[in-house]
Design a protein around this ligand. Structure first.
Ligand code: GDD
Length: 395
């Protein structure tokens, strides 16, 4: 498998999130000297770049947009590195430059990957035009779930629609949950074997006692639904006084969630950890009895959950999941077998699902085992990479 690929992305470590992780997990699977990552700049944007085995070029802007200057920089890099393929790790808006890059360079294959936010682009007039142009300019526009495909496809020309290919997120084969490295840390997923995750360590570190842990992990934004978990938590503690609710991550909604937790009648059993390094996160997945993220759609369906890598991570760690019915999230679970899908607007239903799993540890364990078997066989990053590499002509 020869060739050189430019990976052009606004989402890459040390920034945290699902698309950043997606871009990283694909990048690390290419032979390191056969890729160049072209990413955003800004303060500390390059923390950790020097330790990465592949080249990362940071352009001097905080967000890459398909401006003439950025297009020229990408074309120049493509020519200098002799690139024959380009991957836009998030299709909008950067994929808009695909046509120019193809015309001005020797690049022959271009792939753009859509996530959840393209559902929004597909619904608004200007956004639809951008998506249509991207679809017509690339060799494949990939999608992460059947839901997102169904919403994005109508914005595309029939020919571009036929070229859509599924490349959904995954987990690492050893099956332990892992997120992204903390600021400045080198990605180290492969070193975090299952044996190294230790639930007891997480309990000691975060003062969780011996009771059951309900875990939720994400960028903290309203649609992820941690507010609902905090709201219903006193009624869970009424049944399981030793239970702890642990919310991991950071984001624009963190302050609000902290205030809600402080004001809660069950505040002493709610822990917001902030952003954690991968190893701590793996320990928490190992400690969890239930993973819950009752994600919801917002803005009349413009903002949805595309899929939810955290559900895959939790199942890979053998933890049953409670999943909000939003966008493609229900596709990340086998309802009734590996977890429970709930209506995120129905507090009673979310509470019922959490209590159902906490109240029947044997069933929860069976679901956890089933989730782990399913996810580690059907949702691996390795398999996703094979598809992507093939689309880029590198298979
Ligand atoms: N180490 C660490 N520490 N990892 C974290 C933390 C933290 O504090 N907070 C979040 N993460 C990691 C999670 O472990 C997970 O790997 C990722 O960040 C979050 O990914 P998603 O659950 O998929 O959410 P997203 O909204 O950021 O991602 C978007 O793109 C994904 C990829 O296509 C959404 O559209 C998702 O639905 C989609 O799956």
């Amino acid at each position: 498998m020869g060739g050189h690929t430019l990976i052009v992305t606004n989402d890459f470590p040390p920034k945290t999130g699902g698309i950043d992780l997606f871009a990283l997990e694909m990048t690390r699977r290419f032979p390191p000297d056969s890729v160049t990552v072209v990413a955003f700049g800004g303060p500390d944007a390059d923390a950790g770049d020097a330790e990465m085995p592949w080249e990362v070029v940071r352009l001097p802007v905080r967000t890459l947009l398909p401006t003439p200057r950025t297009i020229s920089a990408v074309c120049e890099l493509a020519r200098e590195r002799g690139a024959d393929s380009v991957w836009f790790a998030s299709s909008t808006p950067l994929g808009f430059m695909a046509r120019k890059v193809r015309h001005r360079t020797g690049v022959r294959r271009i792939v753009a990957t859509s996530h959840g936010h393209e559902v929004w682009w597909a619904r608004i007039p200007g956004g639809r035009q951008v998506l249509r142009r991207i679809g017509d300019s690339v060799d494949a526009l990939t999608f992460i779930s059947k839901y997102t495909r169904a919403r994005i496809a109508p914005a595309l020309s029939p020919a571009a629609r036929r070229r859509m290919v599924e490349v959904s997120p995954g987990v690492n084969p050893w099956g332990s949950g892992v997120g992204l490295p903390a600021e400045g840390e080198v990605p180290r997923g492969e070193e975090l074997g299952e044996a190294s995750a230790d639930g007891g360590r997480a309990r000691a570190r975060h003062g969780l006692g011996e009771g059951p842990v309900v875990l939720s992990v994400s960028r903290l934004v309203p649609r992820k639904g941690q507010d609902r978990l905090i709201e219903l938590w006193p009624s869970v503690v009424a049944v399981h006084p030793e239970a702890r609710l642990v919310i991991v991550g950071t984001g624009s909604y963190e302050e609000t969630l902290l205030e809600m937790a402080e004001a809660s009648a069950a505040s002493s059993s709610i822990v917001l950890t902030g952003r954690l390094p991968d190893a701590d996160l793996a320990d928490l997945y190992a400690a969890a009895a239930v993973f819950a993220m009752p994600c919801r759609s917002r803005l009349g369906g413009l903002e949805v959950e595309g899929l939810g890598i955290v559900f895959l991570e939790a199942q890979a760690a053998g933890v049953p999941v409670v999943v909000g019915r939003s966008g493609g999230a229900p596709e990340a679970v086998i309802d009734g077998e590996t977890g429970l899908v709930v209506d995120p607007g129905d507090l009673g239903a979310i509470r019922g699902a959490v209590l159902e799993l906490l109240g029947d540890p044997e069933r929860a364990a069976r679901m956890g085992a089933a989730g782990r078997a399913w996810v580690t066989s059907s949702w691996t990053w390795d398999a996703r990479y094979e598809v992507l590499a093939g689309l880029l002509g590198r298979g």
